[in-house]
Design a protein. Sequence first.
Lengths: 378, 158
Amino acid sequence: MWINMGPQHPMTHGLWNLRVKIDGEIVRDIDPEMGYLHRGIEKISEDRHYNEIITLMDRTCYVAGIAWEHLYIQAAEKALHVVPPERTLYLRVLVEEMQRLASHIMWYAAFVQDLGLMSPFLYGMRDRDLLLDHFQSFTGGRLTYEYMRVGGVRNDLPPGTTDRIRKTMDWLMDRFAEYDRLCLGSQIFRTRCDDLGVLKAKDCVTYGVTGPMLRAAGVKRDLRKDRPYAAYDRLEFDIALADTADVTARYLVRMEEMRQSVRIIRQVVDWLDHHPGPVMAANVPRWLGAPYAPIGHEGYLLKRHYSKGVGLSAIEEPHGEATAYVVNEGGEHPYRVKFRSPVFVNLSAAKSYLVGYHVADIPPIMGSVDVCVGEVDR
Amino acid sequence: MAEEGVGALLRGKLPDAVLTVEPFDGTLGRVTFAPSHALEVFRAVRDDLGFAHLSFVGGIDWVAEREVVYLLWSDERKAYLLLSTRLDAKDAHVESATPLWPSANWHEREAWEMVDITFDHHPDLRHLLMPDGYAFHPLLRSFKLHEPEELEVKTRRV
């Protein structure tokens, strides 16, 4: 018998439909139905100026907006032959890691709530708000930031931000220990997570699964280390790994990743304190309406036809490997923009880690995938 | 590994299939191959060169031609390789990569519905993001988005 879990279901975290073929309580087959949140971001991008697409990137993944801005902006800069200044690279790492923390905490809150534990949800949302406060202080937004620009970032940090970030990091490190006590010490949590949704290393590679799911199976692949971008090659951190490849392992990997993010952020704020400098490349406009600026205004430059180019960028987004492919044919708009969403691929492999388990196991397993439908459907 | 090392290796193995090898920023190179030899190229790249992870498959409409781009990752080399092939727009079809890399499944379904490229021997080529029976291919250049409509505001003279 086929049943629908979705499009409105507490397990889905977004609009999509998981069709499940069941035999009693056992899952025999599944078929995800996507597209409920398809907004045609790749198509709309073909009618937008390069800086205007940043606005769309925040809507691509609504819990990791700034990571997607970073992904797009790197590809756009390569396609347009723009080189950002060094301080920008560190600022981008800072916001990407803070976004990773916010995204993982959001995942933690939602995932544990799916298991029926309510208080971790409240703690998680409380701690994520501290990060959003920082974002608000220098981007103006709490969810959709529009912070990155072709050639840099919109503005530098306001005075005192680095100290406030340090304080938040100290607070968060204590909270992570608390999270672990709440979850790993809970019999309910362990019963619902251990040995579920197992996807071994070999299958992960075959199905193209990336991110915490891949590292939970013991595969040491992290684009921040393997193919460093921005300033990651100058920062010290470890790749979080686990080996049991089940839901608990994914929890452990994400928790360790958050600790590593804190480690990265502490190094970055130290660097930022001692290396002032410009945050925009010269002669590149920083405001979004710039392409319509009159001739002679600084904002006119993006209207200039840049020589052709193709830009490819890949980042380790909170959910896994995200890539962007931007084709610049010399016009005002990109000719084609293609995004690879990590969740898109992780979800396409769902059959391999859901079949054979019980229907009641689907919420914890899908929770451990960290589905963000915004970036799947784009 | 030298910049065009992998491409040259592939060209040596399959001289008929590989058309061009050029450097591409951020990857080991960009290899263009003839669509009729797609399966041989996929096999050589996966089994002999060790690119076990297929990152994405994307379609690009160049009006007269359609391009399919494959991005591959090798854990041993810790680098990307870009494959590309050009198809005639009138009869755009290429062998599916899904039997070799299951991760291509949804990407190919998307390229099929968005850019109208048929992937031969794909196990499950049907709509993914668009509703079943949707007759258009939105990412073709011929599919125009509507211009924003101008709203004429008439104010009454007092």
